[in-house]
Structure formats: structure tokens, C-alpha cells
Design a protein around this ligand. Structure first.
Ligand code: ATP
Ligand code: MG
Length: 651
């Protein structure tokens, strides 16, 4: 174990700056221009996209809550599927667009850009044939199979708005999302397959549709061939639907501000919001961030392990990489099946160059030790990435040292469903890294810090506060679907004139940004503001601790006390000495003010289906308030919560 010095710097690995698309000098010059001459900057950058009608307007944005609108490239017309497919046909029709790795290691396939074109056009024509029209919402509830990407792109081709719902969600969660956006069409599969287990997707849809009401047609891909209930008037077999269709389909010319998709946020903090993204700005942002952040070169094999049910899957499995003509790997399975080395085995099998995953996966794999990693060469790897939560320095260092053998930069990309793509992130050829810091803003992004009274803190020097963004960027969400007022209330009311991220952050003397956790989670202990991320990282850096979550609870003397949920390595049960040891450890790592008041050992932590710790629920349990846990529909494993409540009651 080691104490992590927050100023420890990992320089850009040798030779990298010379070969990267962007070096330090270019970053500085481009970043400055993006803020000082935004119109000129974006006029040029947006040319990376093929426009059917070129735009002349750049941006028309007001964040005033009485007149809130966000428009980019608004008089331009384009089609997202053309940008992801058609424009690559002249040069790389026979190159692999989607490299699919099945749940079963023996199952894989490569789909070329030409095959992608035909599959998407056939489905687009099929959707039209059953009545899907421009502007209609189509819910996609699919396993990680190529048809999920075809479905998204086919919607985009005909101007339908997709709403992808993660295949791990329950019928209730699905029903809520279907009815919220009044979706009359659902695309699903008979069953999903993950870690050798089947998931009854079609049966879930049947239940969801019963309560959601107005669904006209359900299109079903036969993934496992299981026998599923069939409603002749409503259900449509995918293969039959596309069989007779033309392999060409004229793309719908879309205004830049026409919706591309709705995506419900994962629900770490409350009732899911239907985040709406439009076409032009989103595509510019997806393509641009994918190219620069991952230092993407034609011919590389790129793997983002997210599910298409999350925004990371939208931007960095489908739209970004395909807009850039990349080979994007799509993985149906889970990291630990059939063995704990599955990720590393896939990396060698497909000669993956870029690997992008989440801290929750890194922590889980770190627990398996170095051996499963070292069994495989990983020689093809050039770059690693992480997204989703602050990464504990301990996990960062393991990822860097063991997985990347100190030759691969790590891009720790901070962003949100709302932001469309990365906003604060290292660039591989530019940014010296500090474990746990998302480092510096991307082009066009102006982060700032606010204090509790709504005053903007100085833009230079060290500071800590609430993270806001001071100007619009093309990939920004445009509204909460069907509830523009909620959009205004959530993001533009706390700090007038700014986009409020909901996250807390610290900027250090080198101008590096550190996400300290969600603002709702920041503790105030005897007048000291403490980020949950920092205490959790200290806990996880202890050899015996596998995972930890920290929340506040009412404390007579301190105002708030520090309540730690701790999972020990190997699922070990806690002994009395452990408590004293852990308190002493945090005290030594951070200081006396951070000393835990209460420690509860937890065999597992409640997580969203995307793997994030749900502190909202942990806070309630710590407060001994079990009555109103809020929306728990996005919990991955509800039994974890029952266990925690039982243990809390027995304290
Ligand atoms: P909801 O908004 O419904 O509560 P969510 O915020 O978890 O759910 P996402 O949009 O997937 O949904 O996650 C964005 C959040 O994840 C960020 O606001 C931040 O708190 C966290 N996050 C993402 N990437 C990073 C990162 N690299 N470092 C630190 N935090 C991150
Ligand atoms: Mg959020």
C-alpha cells in the first residue's frame, strides 16, 4: 500500500508527445482560440462532419432562465447515420466497423462498413414499413449485439428519436421510460446473454408494455432462439421485417437542432431525466472528442466496455468512433466470465489499441490480483481510459502500472449524460497525469467554481467549490424531454448564467481539476468541507479494503459525522481491531478531521446498473430512515439494500 501524494505527476510517456495528434503547444493554442474566437474555432471544427446543407450560423445560446435556448449550427442540415456510415464507403467499405465479441468467447464477428450500411438501410426501411415516422420515439431495449447499433443508426437515418434503455433494467423501469417519452415502438431481443446467464428481455417488454399502454409494435431479434410469448398483432420478427427490404434507404435530412436521441440518466441522484440531444452539435462533439481524447488513428482497434444503454455507449461505442471511421469493439459479456481475465484475453485476441472502462470494473479486477492480467501480453495497448466516477488513486496506479505497464497514458474523462461527451480530460500527448485528477478542460470548455453564496471563485490558483461551466459547447443537452422547466430548474437556476453540473470540484495550483463527488454528497464536518471521493480513496488504499462508500449523518457536535460503508477484501468479516485500524488509517492519510465516526461493514454496496455507488440510499440508511429510499428502480441488486438495513438496525 502507499500513500498517494496528490501532486505526484506521471509525465506523458516517452515518445508520445511527438506522435500524438495534439501536442502541448497545439493544445494551448487551440484551447485559447476556442475561448477567444469561438465562432472561428467552431466554424472550422464542425467541418469534420458532412453537412447536407452547410451551416452559416454558429451558436445562438441563452442561459437566462426566462429565455433559455441552446442552438448550434442551427441552419445546417445533416444526417447522423450518413456521417457514421455512408461517408466511409468510398475509402473503407471493406474495413471493420463493428467488431463484435460475444458472451461466449467462441462467438465473434466482424461487420464491415458496407455490411453496416446494408443492415442499417434494411432496418430503416423496415421501420418505415411498420409506420415509424420522423420525430417518433423508438425505445431500444437490447443486449450488446450489433443489432443494437443498427437500431440506433436506423432511427437516425429516418429521423426517429431513439431512447435506449439498458437491458438490465426491470419491466417497471422500462415501462416508466416508455411512457415518459410516449414511445409507440420497441426494439428488443428474445433474450440477452451475459456471463452465461440469460436475461428475459422479451418477457420484460411484455410486462412493461402492459403497464406502459400505447405501444403499437415490438420488434424482436432472435438472439438465443428461446421460445417467447408472441402477440401476432403487436410483435414483429426482426429477421422477417428486414428480409424483403431494400439495402438502400435515402437518409432524412435533419436540421442540426432536430432531436437525435433521448437518454434517461442512470438515476444516482433521483427520478431519471430524459436527457435530449440534438443532431449537429452532438455529432461534432462526439467525433471531435473521440478523435482527440483517444488520439485515434485510422486502423486502430478501439474498445469502450460500456453498454449502449449508457451515454458512454452512445458517444464512445457508436456515434464518435463510427463518425471517425474507426473499428469499434462491442462486447456482449461481463469482465469476469468465463474467468477474471476476460478483458485481457479479449484485448490480445483482437489486438485492442485503446481500452476505455469504468472505475468500478477496475476496482473489481484489481481485487483479482495481477496474475489474470499478466497471463496475457496486452502488447497492442496504446491508451487506457476511465469514466463514470472519480477513480481512486490506488486503482489508477494499478491500472497504469499493471494493465498499461507504464507505457499507456490514462485519460480520466469527466463528463455526464448531459454533456454529450468528455469536458475535462487529459489529452494523451499533452497532459502530465495525476492519479485521480481529470486534469484539464477540453477545447471550448470553460469550467469555473462557485462558492455556497453563488459567487464565482477566482479563476487562478487553488480553489474548491461547486463545478459549473461558464459557456455552452456543441454537445450540450438541449432540454429534459417533455419538461423544459425541469431542465431550467436543475441546471440553470442555482447559478444564473452558468450550467451547474451538480458535482463538487477542486482546482490545484497547477490548474488541474479534481472532482470531489456530487455536491449533495459533500460533507460538512465541524465546519470543514470534505469530499466523499477523498475519504473513499483513503479507505480503498488500505490493503484490506476492497471498496468503500462514505456519507454524512446528523451528528450532535460536529453537525455531520462521517459514516463509512466498507467491503473487506475477499468478503472477510470484520473484527473489532479492524474498526480501530481503519479509523487510524484514515486519520493518518487525510488528517484528524476526516476520522470516520461510524464504520459499517458491508458485504456489498448498492450500485446503479451502470456500477455507480448510490450514496443517496446509503445516506438514508445511515440516518436510520428506511421509510423513503426514493427511486430504487435503477438499483443493480436490491437485496444489498435489505442487508444493509438489517445490519444498521442491529447496531
Ligand atoms: P443521475 O444524474 O441520474 O443522478 P449519474 O449522474 O450517475 O445519474 P451520468 O450522467 O452517467 O449519470 O454520470 C455523470 C456523473 O458521473 C458526473 O456528474 C460525475 O459525478 C461522475 N463522473 C463521471 N465521470 C467522472 C470522472 N472521470 N471523474 C469523476 N466523476 C465522474
Ligand atoms: Mg448526474
Amino acid at each position: 500500500m502507499s500513500h498517494h501524494d496528490p501532486n505526484e505527476i506521471y509525465p506523458v510517456p516517452e515518445g508520445r508527445a511527438e506522435t500524438a495528434l495534439i501536442n502541448a503547444e497545439r493544445y494551448t493554442q487551440m484551447y485559447r482560440r476556442s475561448l477567444e474566437d469561438p465562432d472561428g474555432f467552431w466554424r472550422e471544427e464542425a467541418r469534420r462532419i458532412d453537412w447536407m446543407t452547410p451551416f452559416t450560423e454558429i451558436s445562438d445560446v441563452s442561459w437566462d432562465k426566462d429565455d433559455l435556448h441552446i442552438r448550434w449550427f442551427a441552419d445546417g442540415k445533416l444526417n447522423a447515420s450518413v456521417n457514421c456510415i455512408d461517408r466511409h464507403l468510398a475509402e473503407r467499405a471493406d474495413e471493420t466497423a463493428i467488431l463484435w465479441e460475444g458472451d461466449d468467447p467462441a462467438d465473434d464477428k466482424a461487420i464491415t462498413y458496407r455490411q453496416l450500411y446494408e443492415a442499417v438501410c434494411r432496418l430503416a426501411n423496415g421501420l418505415k414499413s411498420i409506420g415509424v415516422q420522423k420525430g417518433d420515439r423508438v425505445t431500444i431495449y437490447m443486449p450488446m449485439i450489433p443489432e443494437a447499433a443498427y437500431a440506433m443508426l436506423a432511427c437516425a437515418r429516418i429521423g426517429a428519436v431513439h431512447s435506449v434503455v439498458f437491458g438490465g433494467f426491470s419491466p417497471d423501469a422500462l415501462a416508466g421510460r416508455i411512457s415518459d417519452c410516449e414511445s409507440r415502438f420497441v426494439i428488443t431481443a428474445d433474450e440477452g446473454l451475459r456471463g452465461g446467464k440469460t436475461i428475459p428481455l422479451k418477457a420484460n417488454v411484455d410486462k412493461a408494455v402492459e403497464s406502459a399502454g400505447d405501444v403499437d409494435q415490438v420488434i424482436v431479434v432472435r438472439r438465443t432462439g428461446a421460445d417467447v410469448a408472441w402477440d401476432e398483432t403487436r410483435d414483429v420478427d426482426y429477421a422477417t421485417l428486414v428480409a424483403g427490404q431494400d439495402a438502400n434507404c435515402d437518409p432524412e435530412p435533419m436540421n442540426a437542432e432536430d432531436p437525435l436521441f433521448i437518454l434517461y440518466t442512470s438515476g444516482s441522484t433521483g427520478k431519471p431525466k430524459g436527457v435530449l440531444h440534438t443532431t449537429g452539435g452532438y455529432m461534432v462533439w462526439a467525433s471531435m472528442t473521440h478523435e482527440y481524447v483517444f488520439d485515434y488513428r485510422p486502423g486502430e482497434i478501439y474498445w469502450c466496455t460500456a453498454d449502449v444503454g449508457w451515454v458512454t455507449g452512445h458517444t464512445y461505442i457508436v456515434y464518435g468512433p463510427l463518425a471517425n471511421g474507426a473499428t469499434t469493439l462491442m462486447f456482449e459479456g461481463v469482465p469476469t466470465w468465463p474467468g477474471p481475465d476476460r478483458f485481457w484475453q479479449v484485448i490480445d485476441k483482437h489486438k485492442v489499441n485503446t481500452f476505455y472502462t469504468a472505475p468500478t470494473a477496475i476496482r473489481a479486477l484489481m481485487r483479482e490480483g495481477d496474475e489474470p492480467v499478466k497471463k496475457h501480453s496486452r502488447a497492442s495497448l496504446r491508451l487506457l481510459g476511465t469514466v463514470g466516477e472519480p477513480i481512486n488513486p490506488e486503482a489508477w496506479c494499478w491500472y497504469y502500472r499493471v494493465v498499461g505497464e507504464e507505457r499507456c497514458p490514462i485519460v480520466d474523462t469527466w463528463w455526464q449524460t448531459e454533456t454529450g461527451g468528455a469536458l475535462i480530460t487529459p489529452l494523451p500527448g499533452v497532459t502530465d497525469m495525476k492519479p485521480g485528477s481529470a486534469t484539464r478542460p477540453f477545447f471550448g470548455v470553460e469550467p469555473a467554481l462557485m462558492d455556497a453564496d453563488g459567487k464565482r471563485l477566482a479563476d487562478n490558483g487553488a480553489a474548491e467549490g461547486n463545478l459549473v461551466i461558464a459557456r455552452s459547447w456543441p454537445g450540450q443537452m438541449r432540454t429534459v424531454y417533455g419538461d423544459h422547466q425541469r431542465f431550467i430548474d436543475t441546471y440553470f437556476t442555482a447559478y444564473p448564467g452558468y450550467y451547474f453540473t451538480g458535482d463538487g470540484a477542486r482546482r490545484d495550483t497547477d490548474g488541474y481539476w479534481w472532482i470531489t463527488g456530487r455536491v449533495d454528497d459533500v460533507l460538512n464536518v465541524s465546519g470543514h468541507r470534505l469530499g466523499t471521493a477523498e475519504i473513499e480513496s483513503a479507505l480503498v488504499s488500505h490493503d484490506d479494503i476492497a471498496e468503500a462508500a462514505v456519507v454524512g449523518y446528523p451528528h450532535d457536535v460536529k453537525g455531520q459525522g462521517i459514516y463509512c460503508y466498507v467491503t473487506l477484501m475477499g468478503g472477510r468479516k470484520a473484527e473489532d481491531e479492524d474498526i480501530a485500524e481503519i479509523k487510524a488509517w484514515v486519520r493518518q492519510e487525510i488528517g484528524p478531521v476526516a476520522t470516520p465516526d461510524l464504520i459499517q461493514f458491508a458485504p456489498g454496496l448498492p450500485k446503479t446498473r451502470s456500477g455507480k455507488i448510490m450514496r443517496r440510499i446509503l445516506r438514508k440508511i445511515a440516518e436510520n430512515d428506511f421509510s423513503n429510499l426514493g427511486d430504487t428502480s435503477t438499483l443493480a441488486d436490491p437485496s444489498v439494500v435489505e442487508d444493509l438495513i438489517e445490519n444498521r438496525k442491529n447496531r
